[in-house]
Design a binder for this molecule. Sequence first.
Ligand code: ADP
Ligand code: MG
Length: 401
Amino acid sequence: GRRRHGRDDAARGGWSDSRAASIGSVTHVTDVCRWDVPGRVNLIGEHLDYNGGPVLPLAIDRSVTVKARARDDGAVNVWSDLPDASKVSFATTVQPGDVDGWATYVAGTIWSLAERDLTIPGADLVIESRLPSGAGLSSSAATTCGVASALDELFGLGLDTAEVALVAQRAEAGFVGAPVGLMDQLAVLHGTAGHAVLIDTAVTPHTTRPVALGWEADGLVLAVIATGAHHALADGEYAARREECERAAAELGLEWLAQAGLDATVMLADETLKARTRHVLTETARVRSAVTAVGRRAWPQLGTILTASHASLRDDFEVSCPELDVAVEAALEAGALGARMTGGGFGGSAIALVEPDKVQALRERVESRYALHQWSRPEVFVVHAADGAHRVPAPGARLDG
Ligand code: ADP
Ligand code: MG
């Protein structure tokens, strides 16, 4: 089969061992466990989770599975089905810089737990994914939240969902070096089938509320266009946007930029900060309008709001790229009600609200526009709002059967 981790005997054998690993005074509750964590798309509310604004992501029906087995020798071994990923091993006391490559997010999660005084005794971890990595669908949060959830169960760490999200966020921010907000983690942890998650990032801890999505009953689907592009400036520009937003908020005397009044852009002298602030303010208003439109099943209005969000991200926040702009244009030409980039930008994926019988035309249109540019072929697929992270009961103790 496709599951590549099985080729290594260490991953295959011994899963039924009964070990007596313990952490602090807490003895682990299981020998092996398995967690399934979805990816996400953000319906709307982009670059707002570090600005105290509302965001509306949904967990999707593509996920990462993390299998974990306790060790007691201070070692962590990780296997993955990512192309060309061979086993990576490191100590449970791993520090930033010790691990690079695909296993950074896993090592970062172990480090992040240790930063909370939760140094695990050791683990074997197997990561399998049906979620493209680096496509802007948050395989990173699925991986970190999956590892944290599995280790929490394995060693009885007693983390609640909010703490799992914080552990995962810190792994990205403190170990990988990506200063992300909490949207992705909360989306993949709190998602429920048929719902988006409305997250209020102005309050600590952030609050979450499910928002029922009725478009499928009304004959529409959400399509993802995975552009395959990932521009190298993504990380640096993300940090730059955060810094610009913090600067604008400070000049306005606000804790969060999303709290600014409509006159805020007049009060700022710098044209760049004006434009960034305009995005944050208009996007905040669009999330509220989108929640209303979803509640009223006003799909054309929702589509218009999504497309307006894209224009704002492209023109005011300047985080789009030609591949995303062409994907959105082509989706609209193919009859989508609305389309926008989703996630941080500079590549990754776009989403489109569209009738199911127009998905093929949309795919062909995006593919032909990409072919003209000689860009590699994008992937177009429909997603459904799915449940967030959950443990998968393993029959018996064997994980690999
Ligand atoms: P995205 O979150 O949009 O998919 P990121 O660059 O933030 O993109 O995260 C991708 C990273 O997540 C990978 O480089 C890898 O470290 C981790 N990851 C994703 N899928 C897997 C997997 N199947 N096994 C191990 N790590 C994975
Ligand atoms: Mg990510």
